[in-house]
Design a protein around this ligand. Structure first.
Ligand code: PMP
Length: 357
């Protein structure tokens, strides 16, 4: 029996992707070899990574002034690699502190230079998006987290960066909606939510941002070296890149980002309207800033949390517990989630509400 998968990441993937990926583990494209057994410099794999790169550009509408990389080390490594490559020695960059992931990015940037925190929503446990701030003159870039996986908030408009290059951690809402991707100088995302399996991180960089830090960058962490080597500076995560490519193919076949957004809105409307109407559950995030991907909430009486989670378990629903740092409840509704799973959860919440109000 397939479970209803509300995991926050790694998380639900399309059945079609799982089927193709599992076939490739046994026999990749009828080669008589597993995808796990082929060299990364063979045409068999270079075609995969090439298609992956071009799908990223196509889905994001990016031209050749951008390069796309498939790196390792997760989005967390990008918290470090972004300032290492883009924050000049003695320079400063602006950061918006919307949640725990953004806070980690700030910590890493502070190792390399001055990270100015120009927006900070910790006063209300990051339950809203602060949309007004001013970017200090001469900032090398403005960094924000487009969707806060743990707190359940999402930017529904782009931050106003003026002339300052915009950098986004899109780990938990990449490919879920059309965005003005080309208004960004750099976008990064761990693949393990909407973009495939854990093990690779997608980075799209406007090339003219590079080579300006005056810093000696370790070759393995230098974006320019990775671009020159076409993500083959060392052995790339072959299988993760393949799963990412399949996931992007699936998104394209389904109708692209506009279709993903339509489905995300249907799921979120269904879930949030139930949440707003049921007495025993309480939303956390300000209405206008709610994430279409991760919905956070609590039970109005703390003692009801454990029985509700037990009920979810009995009904084959996983991933309903909040992040360990904040507690409460959270459901993640990524691209591959069918509306029927959200309907099943809403039915269960209604039943639980009836029994406990
Ligand atoms: N940024 C965001 C928005 C995330 O949701 C996560 C992980 N869930 C990370 C960064 C960290 O990603 P990783 O575990 O791939 O380093």
């Amino acid at each position: 029996m397939k479970r209803h998968n509300f995991n926050s990441g790694p998380s639900i993937l399309p059945d079609e992707v799982l089927r193709r990926a599992s076939e490739a583990v046994i026999d990749f494209n009828g080669l008589g070899l597993s995808i796990l057994e082929i060299g990364h410099r063979t045409p068999w794999f270079t075609e995969v990574i090439e298609e992956g790169r071009s799908l990223v550009k196509e889905l994001m509408g990016l031209d050749d002034t951008y390069s796309v990389l498939f790196l390792q080390g997760g989005a967390t490594t990008q918290f470090m690699q972004v300032p290492l490559n883009l924050l000049p020695v003695g320079g400063h960059a602006a950061y918006i502190k919307n949640g725990i992931w953004g806070s980690k990015a700030i910590k890493e940037a502070s190792v390399f230079g001055q990270a100015d925190v120009i927006g900070d929503t910790s006063d209300r446990n990051h339950s809203y998006i602060q949309k007004t701030f001013s970017v200090p003159d001469g900032s090398s870039y403005l960094h924000y987290t487009s969707n806060n996986t743990v707190e359940g908030t999402q930017w529904h408009t782009l931050p106003e960066a003026g002339q300052t290059p915009l950098i986004a951690d899109m780990s938990s809402d990449i490919f879920s909606r059309p965005v003005a991707f080309d208004k960004h100088a750099l976008i990064y995302a761990g693949a393990q939510k909407n973009a495939g399996a854990a093990g690779t991180t997608i980075v799209a960089i406007k090339k003219d941002m590079l080579g300006k830090t005056g810093r000696n960058i370790s070759p393995i962490l230098d974006y320019e070296g990775h671009i020159k080597a076409e993500s083959m500076l060392n052995t790339p995560p072959v299988f993760a890149v393949y799963v990412s490519m399949l996931t992007m193919r699936w998104i394209k076949e389904q109708g692209g980002l506009a279709e993903m957004e339509k489905r995300a809105k249907q799921r979120a409307d269904l879930f949030y309207s139930a949440l707003d109407n049921l007495e025993v559950f309480t939303p956390i995030v300000d209405k206008q800033d709610r994430s279409l991907m991760n919905a956070t909430f609590t039970t109005s009486n703390k003692d009801l949390e454990a029985p509700f989670l037990e009920l979810c378990k009995e009904n084959a629903m996983v991933g309903v517990k909040g992040h360990r740092s904040v507690g409460g409840l959270r459901v993640s509704m990524y691209n591959a989630m069918p509306l029927s799973s959200v309907q099943a959860l809403v039915d269960l919440m209604e039943k639980f509400n009836q029994a406990n109000k």
